[in-house]
Design a protein around this ligand. Structure first.
Ligand SMILES: [Mn+2]
Length: 393
């Protein structure tokens, strides 16, 4: 299934600087930035997501992109701290200024962008999102389709005055997009297909927020067979939703999350796509995978030598052992290091006393307080049958 997957990635300093011809279109395709993630737990970590956005914009500027595609889940939820939102708006404004408004950012709403998240309070979705606010401010183009309309009107050209529309043409590329339609939007996909016009000399991109079945274990997605009829009208299917990267049959592209949103994400192949389309009729496509400068992570394994009588002693022993690790000795010397890592810790050896059950949350918090790390995930592997990090990597 993954036969067309090309895992080569390009170091950012080797990006092309040559001038492109008038017939070449360049764009960046990224997704799932999850701005606002982890904001309450650790401010430093929440800035990682903003940094990822900034980096995407910087790269787009460096390669003289014609546009940027964001495949949804740009925000983690409707909850975001005002201070963070202010920074995001400033970054988008600065980008617009630096590129003289000539590099539109085109996006759609993912499931997270419209997620109700006010804890404990029943909140009815009122058709609001931060993406809508950004679109109203003229900072990005938010596409959506009208599924009630007859097929020729499902995708209306984007109207900048009304801040509304389902498609936009940039040079000889037409980008179609709609909001999140559920995990398996089978019937909506047939409406979408009929709404897309296939014209000679036009390269069609469809921007969607869903996954493909089989690409992530136990995560529902659209069967590949259902997508195949779309290929007659869509040259490049730009996806978001699955945080793991995949490329299928040389036309379905999912970049994966821009920064690791959960601890699982650290293990996935992720990045952004740098796409070049050249030739007015032939549309030769070149796709390169770029890796963003994401938060680093460290894997450590500690063998517990004996049954400590007190939990505190066990905790202290683990910290002492970790502090001796060369990586931490180095990091401690560079204080307030922005790139302090995320720690994956597996503890093996002698099982601690049953009466002090190690609570992962509490232990992880303790590790963060006592080490130069930004977050931690603990695995206990006293019994070899337990699945640990090693089984995944
Ligand atoms: Mn997501």
């Amino acid at each position: 299934m993954n036969h067309s997957y090309n895992p080569r990635s390009l170091p950012l300093n080797e990006l092309p600087l040559e001038k492109k011809t008038d017939q070449t279109i360049r764009f960046i395709h990224t997704s799932d930035i999850h701005l606002g993630s982890h904001q309450y737990e650790k401010s430093l970590r929440s800035d990682d997501f903003i940094f990822a956005l900034k980096e995407v914009l910087q790269i787009s500027q460096n390669i003289s992109a014609d546009f940027i595609l964001l495949g949804g889940d740009i925000f983690n939820s409707l909850d975001i701290l005002p201070g963070k939102m202010k920074v995001i708006i400033e970054i988008l404004k600065e980008f617009q200024k630096a590129t003289k408004g000539k590099v539109p950012i085109i996006t759609i709403e993912g499931n997270h962008d419209i997620r109700r998240f006010s804890r404990g309070v029943k909140f009815r979705h009122r058709d609001q999102s931060w993406l809508k606010v950004c679109a109203k401010l003229g900072l990005l183009i938010l596409l959506d389709a009208d599924f009630q309309a007859p097929s020729e009107h499902v995708f209306q050209p984007y109207d900048f005055e009304q801040v509304k529309g389902g498609k936009i043409q940039i040079k000889n590329v037409v980008i179609y997009g709609s909001r999140y339609l559920g995990e398996k939007p089978i019937s909506a996909l047939s409406i979408i297909r009929k709404g897309i016009k296939k014209e000679g000399g036009i390269y069609n991109i469809l921007l969607q927020h869903f996954g493909v079945e089989g690409q992530m274990k136990n995560v529902p997605g659209v069967p590949l067979e259902i997508l195949k009829p779309l290929h007659h009208r869509v040259d490049y299917l730009a996806l978001g939703h699955f945080h793991k990267q995949f490329i299928l049959d040389n036309w379905i592209y999912n970049p994966g999350s821009a920064e690791a949103v959960s601890s699982m994400d650290f293990k996935y192949n992720r990045g952004i796509f740098f796409v070049e389309i050249s030739g007015l009729e032939t549309f030769e496509k070149k796709v390169q995978i770029l890796k963003l400068n994401n938060r680093r992570y460290l894997k450590k394994f500690i063998c517990n030598p004996f049954q400590f009588k007190k939990k505190e002693n066990f905790y202290r022993y683990i910290i002492k052992r970790l502090k001796m690790a060369p990586e931490f000795v180095r990091i401690t010397k560079i204080t307030s290091c922005l790139k302090s890592p995320f720690l994956f810790l597996t503890i093996r050896g002698v099982k601690p006393f049953l009466y002090y059950d190690i609570k992962h949350r509490e232990f992880e918090k303790f590790l963060v307080q006592n080490l130069p790390i930004v977050g931690a995930k603990v695995y206990q592997n006293y019994d070899s049958k337990i699945i640990t990090l090693e089984n995944y990597l």
